[in-house]
Design a protein around this ligand. Structure first.
Ligand SMILES: Cc1ncc(COP(=O)(O)O)c(C=O)c1O
Length: 397
């Protein structure tokens, strides 16, 4: 059984703050600050360019990818780090469309994160030739998979409501109809055990700055199933995905396996932060993580529903249909969240009315949830959110 009190002690958590936003930006592991400092001084500082070999910087995207593979149920050697998640979505989509050349439809849902939809629209525009993005309501995805669909592009856990799709069922149906699957794991990786290989997923992408705590701007990951790894062709065919980057050939020749999905120079300082965080993750029992996450969520739902009748639960009650976040709706959700933040309970707001909180057992415990409920109850029962300074929208909500 994982000792979550011990993992909590490994994070920098500001005094008096209850941080319920690790689903958006994970907190700083103490060791990450030290690891980045060491990478800066001992590697960048003292080794300079020789660190690409001496400190094995060149191997980091695959080495770190292997450590994330365990958390997402992927085969070792088939996950690689780099770029942003939006870029990885584009890469996966472009490869899938090329692999399924007689089909023109990308199927997604209206609960998907807009950047995924924007990337798909942009790719369709570039390809022309009848390529289209089709979006349906999340509950209609399964039925919308038919013989016209080239690829499904689904975010497993909805960034607003926390509703979780059934990866096994959607993947099976897609394959039945000759479609490929791309899973966006932004709100899954580190939230619960993902089973990519068991579900027979084709591609998956995700970010490391949420539950995996790599810090703002940390690199994304991409998974390519072993059966596609040596045939998928990267549309963003950068030199670091070349079979021999330092041969400087004029022609592109993809590296073997998932490494071909590398594009350019990897972010070494962010990868150092991520490695320090993964030292914590390496010791986590994922079954214990899920059990604790659900208990914290249930505690929060029960406490808020009992004390704040004007807040409406947006997250499914059924455990199997949830990730690791809980969202409530209220027309004044933005102001309520600002009042919460002013009292040290940090979550975030997602338009139009979602008050979103993440439950991350690595550093949140039942006492934190209890305190958060009491503060939110006070804010709601005494209308403490109803102040003009809480209603002016900041750039980031
Ligand atoms: C589900 C999902 N997909 C894509 C993105 C975009 O990620 P990035 O800004 O790293 O490109 C996000 C960002 O939060 C997300 O939540």
């Amino acid at each position: 059984m994982t000792d979550f009190a011990a993992t909590k002690a490994q994070f920098h958590l500001p005094q008096g703050m209850i941080y319920l936003d690790g689903n958006s930006l994970g907190p700083l592991p103490h060791a990450a600050a030290a690891r980045v400092a060491q990478t800066v001084t001992a590697e960048w500082g003292d080794m300079l360019i020789t660190a690409w070999n001496k400190a094995a910087w060149m191997d980091k995207p695959m080495r770190v990818g292997d450590r994330i593979a365990r958390l997402i149920g992927a085969e070792a050697g088939h996950v690689v780090m780099g770029d942003t998640l939006s870029i990885k979505v584009y890469q996966a989509l472009a490869s899938c469309l090329e692999m399924n050349p007689t089909r023109k439809v990308i199927l997604s849902d209206t609960g998907n994160f807009p950047s995924d939809l924007y990337m798909a629209e942009g790719l369709c525009r570039t390809l022309g030739n009848g390529y289209t993005l089709k979006t349906v309501a999340p509950e209609d995805v399964l039925d919308a998979i038919d013989g016209t669909v080239a690829v499904t592009m689904i975010t497993e856990v909805d960034y607003r409501t926390g509703r979780r799709h059934n990866m096994a069922a959607i993947t099976a149906r897609a394959h039945q109809h000759g479609a490929l699957t791309i899973w966006d794991l932004a709100h899954s990786a580190g939230a619960f055990q993902v089973e990519l290989a068991k579900c027979n997923a084709d591609f998956a992408v995700g970010c490391s700055y949420k539950y995996l705590n790599s810090g703002p701007g940390g690199p994304a990951f991409i998974y390519v199933a072993p059966r596609h790894a040596d045939t998928a062709r990267p549309a963003l065919s950068g030199w670091q995905g070349h079979a021999a980057p330092f041969a400087f050939d004029l022609d592109y020749r993809p590296a073997t396996g998932a490494e071909r999905m590398r594009v350019g120079t990897p972010p070494i300082l962010q990868l150092a932060a991520l490695e320090a965080s993964l030292d914590i993750w390496d010791g986590i029992d994922m079954a214990a993580l899920r059990k604790t996450s659900l208990a914290l969520q249930d505690q929060y739902i029960a406490g808020i529903e009992a004390a704040c009748p004007s807040l409406t639960l947006a997250t499914p009650r059924n455990h199997a249909e949830r990730g690791s976040q809980v969202s409530f709706r209220h027309p004044e959700g933005y102001a309520i969240m600002q009042a919460m933040i002013a009292r040290g309970v940090i979550g975030d707001f997602r338009a139009p009315d979602i008050i979103r909180c993440g439950f991350t057992p690595l550093f949140i415990d039942a006492a934190d949830v209890d305190k958060a409920i009491k503060i939110i109850a006070d804010i709601m029962q005494n209308n403490l959110w109803d102040r003009s300074e809480y209603k002016t929208r900041a750039k980031v909500t």
